[in-house]
Design a protein around this ligand. Structure first.
Ligand SMILES: NC(=O)c1ccc[n+]([C@@H]2O[C@H](COP(=O)([O-])OP(=O)(O)OC[C@H]3O[C@@H](n4cnc5c(N)ncnc54)[C@H](OP(=O)(O)O)[C@@H]3O)[C@@H](O)[C@H]2O)c1
Length: 289
């Protein structure tokens, strides 16, 4: 559908955006990518740099776009950058921008575990962002991702660094599960949403085919190396997360892990009918080790 009209990507220099933009560009999708900082642009891409998403800068450049991929979000708060501002209020601003520029559809990345019954601040901000999109009269596909894995996601980078030190620390028992999905599968799914225009007003869990305990994931990840895996008492890890802003796990990283969320992969598979990368293949592809 939109092969000839540019797709707008916001939060362009983030992990998912970088990978998705590369994939879309390779597949001849024109892009208008927006970020607060400078970034390397791909073929078919127009770049907009704006610190505060100033409409005066953005609006004149958004012509004929039909779809916007919303990849702005934070998973850790500071006094300048909190969940309400960046996840919820910013989404309101983007909906406004879509309406003014006649963009018809938003693809939004929420989070696995978001629901109307949630009590977590992070999920509440994402839930409210979802509601604003749903109530906006725009068309939408809302994804609720588990952990998205690639060469350059922050968690994989962290694990690679830990391997170099000879030890990976895991919070608590490590018996809670994740349901990772490979970034290339995510890019393909986004491409399908853009080109097929079949998915309308949908909320989908963005999860791989298998759940795996965190402990097992780390074990497999480091299996070809000589790395010790050490369980760290959860109380100690939480304390560090609360008192040291730079700690490897933030409070909400821990909440999401311990939350043990499972997603509906079958619905995702039935919707997109793509070949998903298995965890085994994802870990053993060599790209991660
Ligand atoms: N990666 C995952 O496994 C995962 C799982 C669940 C949900 N998600 C969601 O997917 C989205 C993208 O994730 P990601 O992993 O690509 O994250 P990321 O690498 O941290 O990218 C997020 C981007 O958001 C933009 N951003 C952050 N604060 C902002 C602010 N105050 N104003 C404007 N832009 C701001 C930044 O874009 P610029 O620097 O380009 O301005 C940043 O690069 C997020 O909403 C995240 O919550 C990701």
């Amino acid at each position: 559908m939109v092969k000839n009209t540019p797709v707008v990507v916001i939060g362009a220099s983030g992990f998912i955006a970088k990978n998705v933009r590369k994939y879309l560009s390779k597949n001849n999708i024109k892009l208008i990518s927006i970020s607060r900082k400078n970034f390397k642009k791909f073929k078919n891409e127009t770049k907009i740099i704006t610190k505060n998403y100033d409409e005066k800068i953005i609006l004149p450049k958004l012509k004929n776009s039909e779809v916007l991929i919303h990849l702005v979000g934070i998973g850790k708060q500071t006094i300048n950058d909190d969940y309400n501002l960046t996840n919820t209020e910013f989404t309101k601003k983007i909906i406004d921008l879509c309406k003014k520029s006649k963009i018809k559809k938003i693809i939004y990345f929420s989070g696995l575990g978001v629901s109307k019954n949630t009590t977590l601040g992070y999920f509440i901000s994402k839930y409210k962002a979802e509601r604003q999109i749903i109530d906006s009269d725009l068309d939408y596909v809302i994804f609720r991702p588990s952990y998205i894995v690639g060469k350059d996601d922050s968690f994989t980078k962290y694990l690679k660094q830990q391997i170099k030190t000879g030890q990976i620390n895991i919070p608590g028992s490590g018996n809670y599960s994740i349901q990772p999905i490979y970034i290339d599968d995510v890019s393909q799914i986004i491409f399908n949403v853009i080109t097929q225009s079949k998915q309308s007003k949908m909320i989908l869990d963005l999860v791989g085919s298998e759940s795996i305990t965190f402990k097992k994931y780390i074990k497999e990840f480091s299996s070809r190396t000589n790395t010790k895996i050490k369980k760290i008492n959860l109380e100690i890890v939480y304390h560090k997360a609360i008192s040291e802003p730079q700690s490897e796990f933030g409070v909400d990283d821990l909440n999401l892990l311990i939350g043990n969320f499972k997603g509906n992969h079958k619905k995702l598979k039935n919707t997109f009918k793509i070949q998903f990368t298995s965890i085994r293949k994802l870990l053993k592809s060599g790209s991660l080790l």
